[in-house]
Ligand binder design. Structure first.
Ligand code: SF4
Length: 69
């Protein structure tokens, strides 16, 4: 099965929290820094919620890279 890696650019991130709301299985907001973090960067298969989070992100800070076919 295809493996993918979730990359989060915390520099460009606007800390809006949308990713953690849309895809709580993949993102969590750090309460102290108000910055999201990726819970498990390596995933397999299709993740609709993750694609939605990527689409909703206002700063295009989320990348999903295929690392293994
Ligand atoms: S949706 Fe984008 S801008 Fe908003 S917290 Fe998540 S990564 Fe940052």
């Amino acid at each position: 099965m295809q493996k993918k890696e979730i990359e989060l650019d915390t520099f460009s991130c606007k800390k809006c929290g949308a990713c953690a709301e849309v895809a709580p299985e993949h993102f969590e907001m750090d309460e102290d820094t108000e910055t999201p973090r990726v819970l498990d960067p390596i995933i397999e298969g299709e993740h609709q919620d993750l694609e939605q989070a990527k689409a909703f992100c206002p700063s295009e800070s989320i990348e999903i890279k295929v690392i293994e076919e």
